[in-house]
Design a protein around this ligand. Structure first.
Ligand code: SAH
Ligand code: AVI
Length: 345
């Protein structure tokens, strides 16, 4: 089930990934904590990715303030079914989900973005001790905290800005609390299998043995429907993809000509995933931080994987990370799934 090539290609190493509350961050992580990823991290990743024979940019760099706003636009597209369908599943099962939060529990959300779906849970989980949204996008966290804080004024909202695949300090206020995890949006699909297993294993360490994780996972389906969701006629996904280059121009003074790169979304049947690329429309040279990168006509920069699972395949993946299934719900068309997992074999 697990693709060995994918495991060895994983970006982060398990030794780098103890997200537990007691983990001691390295110096650079101390610096990053609370500030998201600084531009020098983007510069280093961009230069490394463009220096490879097969060029790539890590997808976590999509999410500056502009990228987070563009993602919100994508969630409203008729073609982008995941947000709509997952929201329906969460609403249909809100009472069962609320029962997972006994009084005093801290709800910890990974890749929380706008926290829109979370409001469904917070409205029913009335005895939470805190809500801890974790996201790499400071802009998204600030907006979400303001909105949630206004609607749920008695609930402490304790945002953590940072990369969930690196060591993070959780707020001291929740040290003694039971923990419930929430990881919606099928963001797990943006990780390769090895990375996904390492992240799920770290979530298990953070949340503790016996804890539950509510996780949204997009399902395999008709390829045409998938391609429409990742290459919409309104061009929102293209703009989201091209924002990586626009961000490099804004933050690093790079000189990408956005008109000379095209958005591409394809489906890789063997790996069961959408691959997004930016394709050079002509031979060109771009300067990033004083370094020149040449592009052939048709040369691609890989920007995102979005893996699609079936229920059994996802259970196998979760099992590798020490999670067992408690419940799974799908919509009538079997487009999307929401799982409740329990930490421990
Ligand atoms: N959970 C929301 C948003 C999904 S978009 C929903 O279901 O609609 C993916 C979110 O994960 C974005 O807000 C992005 O900023 C965040 N994200 C992506 N990679 C991340 C990383 N490595 N660490 C922390 N957050 C990350
Ligand atoms: C956040 N993530 C799950 C989205 C996805 O569907 O893979 C990001 C996205 N990329 C293109 N459209 C949306």
């Amino acid at each position: 089930m697990i693709d060995e090539d994918d495991r060895t290609a994983a970006r982060f190493e398990p030794s780098d990934a103890d997200l537990g509350p007691d983990a001691e961050p390295r110096d650079e992580e101390t610096r990053e904590q609370g500030r998201g990823e600084p531009s020098d991290a983007f510069a280093a990743a961009l230069i490394a990715g463009l220096s490879m024979p097969a060029k790539s940019i890590p997808c976590r760099f999509f999410y500056d303030a502009t990228g987070s706003a563009l993602f919100e636009r994508i969630t409203e597209l008729p073609e982008y079914y995941p947000t709509r369908i997952e929201t329906e599943i969460l609403a249909d099962h809100a009472d069962e989900l609320a029962a997972l939060a006994r009084p005093g529990t801290a709800l910890i959300e990974f890749g929380s973005g706008s926290s829109t779906k979370t409001e469904l849970l917070l409205a029913r989980m009335t005895d939470l001790s805190a809500y801890v949204p974790i996201d790499i996008s400071g802009a998204a966290l600030r907006e979400a905290k303001a909105r949630i804080g206004e609607r749920f004024s008695d609930l402490p909202v304790l945002p953590v800005e940072g990369d969930f695949s690196r060591p993070l300090h959780l707020p001291a206020q929740i040290e003694e609390c039971a923990r419930l995890g929430f990881f919606p949006g099928s963001t797990i699909g943006n990780l390769r299998q090895g990375e996904a297993i390492a992240l799920l294993a770290n979530m298990r360490r953070i949340l503790g043995e016996g804890a539950r994780l509510i996780i949204g996972v997009d399902l395999k389906k008709d390829v045409r429907q998938l391609l429409a969701a990742y290459d919409d006629p309104a061009g929102a996904t293209a703009e989201f993809n091209l924002n990586l280059l626009a961000r490099a121009n804004r933050e690093l003074g790079a000189n990408f000509d956005l008109k000379q790169f095209a958005h591409s979304a394809t489906y890789d049947v063997r790996h069961g995933r959408i691959d997004m690329h930016l394709v050079s429309r002509r031979p060109q040279t771009v300067t990033v931080c004083g370094r020149r990168f040449g592009f052939l006509e048709g040369e691609r920069i890989h920007t995102e994987h979005s893996h699609k699972y079936d229920i059994e395949g996802f259970h196998t993946l979760a099992g590798e990370a020490g999670w067992r299934p408690q419940a799974v719900w799908v919509d009538p068309e079997r487009l999307f799934s929401v799982h409740v997992l329990v930490a421990g074999r």
